[in-house]
Design a protein around this ligand. Structure first.
Ligand SMILES: NC(=O)c1ccc[n+]([C@@H]2O[C@H](COP(=O)([O-])OP(=O)(O)OC[C@H]3O[C@@H](n4cnc5c(N)ncnc54)[C@H](OP(=O)(O)O)[C@@H]3O)[C@@H](O)[C@H]2O)c1
Length: 318
């Protein structure tokens, strides 16, 4: 498929392939789940709220009646929930793709912490995904799979503080978002270096959706029902935005395109919108020292070092 022609309607048949998507109850995660299901992949749709999860599965089934989808409760801000969900997935067949999408995009006004004691935006967007990906290393190695971390343009718009990833000092909602997204992208690139070095057959990639907003996205009952006022204001931003459906394209391309490789960064051709292209991650997220420091921080904060050795042995036994 020529790069300019990329479209999820023309994906290869994904029958027999299994994908897990975090945050699939709304936005990019919902549309990524839908696009994978349309290509006949099996999708494990995950979310923190059982009612929203049921609505999301019902919406996929309305649009794709023969979709192969299941749901699984998974709150990425809660390490116990991450462990429990991962244990369920490990008890089943191998996994071909993991889309680490869930995120708080409108952080709380004042710093909040999770029951595990972590700043909630960092915990939800970055730390929970570090833990989940590590816990799913074996099924991903068995499926020779990929993991895709969801980054953001915001990482080049604001300074990052490597000494205070959870913003114990100087919290603002915007800083919390940027800190979490720098961490997410840096961890995604670092994961690929570590997996390669350990000989684990899993690729780690980063993708971003440009600027994707609900008021420019088709209405779907229970998933995206913007008010007329939101439609109006979001459409005023048309030149610099796209729909969440389109935004999901970069994520899905990174997850399934045979041309995509570990260490890649995928995003819209015109940065804020457009068809997915290979792009260059922001400088801070490419910094190996920042990434190594974050990795060490996550290992310590979760108490979950990644099981590289077991994952590389899983490959040798196949
Ligand atoms: N939209 C953009 O322009 C843009 C740009 C750059 C990066 N991103 C990234 O793309 C990802 C998705 O953004 P979006 O625009 O689709 O946002 P969204 O419409 O607000 O959807 C966020 C999704 O994440 C879920 N979520 C939030 N906290 C969670 C938790 N603790 N556990 C599990 N799921 C949780 C939400 O579930 P609930 O239904 O339970 O709330 C929802 O399904 C985020 O990581 C965001 O940082 C988005």
């Amino acid at each position: 498929m020529a790069r300019d022609d990329w479209h999820p309607d023309r994906l290869a048949d994904l029958e027999g392939r299994r994908y897990l998507v975090t945050g699939s109850t709304a936005g990019l995660g919902f549309f990524a789940s839908l696009q994978l299901a349309e290509a006949r992949g099996h999708v494990i749709m995950t979310g923190r709220n059982p009612n929203r999860l049921a609505s999301a599965r019902a919406a996929v089934r309305r649009l794709v009646p023969d979709a192969s989808v299941e749901t699984l409760l998974l709150d990425t801000s809660n390490l116990g929930s991450v462990r429990a969900a991962a244990a369920t997935v490990r008890g089943r067949a191998g996994l071909h793709g993991l889309l680490l999408n869930a995120g708080i995009v409108h952080p709380p006004k004042h710093r909040e912490t999770t029951p595990d004691g972590h700043e909630v935006v960092f915990a939800t967007n970055a730390l929970g995904h570090y833990a989940l990906a590590g816990e799913l290393l074996l099924p991903l190695a068995a499926g020779r799979g990929r993991m895709v971390w969801v980054g953001s343009m915001s990482t080049s718009m604001w300074p990052y503080d490597p000494l205070d990833p959870e913003l114990e000092n100087g919290y603002t909602p915007w800083r919390a978002y940027v800190q979490s997204k720098v961490a997410t992208a840096a961890l995604g690139l670092e994961a690929d270096r570590r997996l390669r070095a350990a000989g684990v057959p899993i690729a780690s990639l980063v993708a971003h959706p440009g600027f994707s907003i609900g008021g420019r996205t088709r209405g779907i009952v229970g998933i995206n029902e913007p008010s007329l006022a939101k439609r109006f204001t979001d459409n005023l931003q048309a030149p610099i935005t796209q729909s969440k459906e389109r935004g999901a394209w970069s994520l899905v391309r990174a997850l399934v395109d045979p041309d995509a490789q570990g260490g890649d960064f995928w995003g819209p051709s015109r940065i804020v919108h457009g068809a997915p292209r290979l792009a260059t991650p922001s400088k801070i997220t490419r910094d190996p020292e920042i990434a190594a420091r974050l990795w060490h921080y996550c290992e310590h904060a979760t108490g979950l070092p990644w099981p590289y050795l077991k994952a590389s042995r899983a490959r040798r036994r196949r």
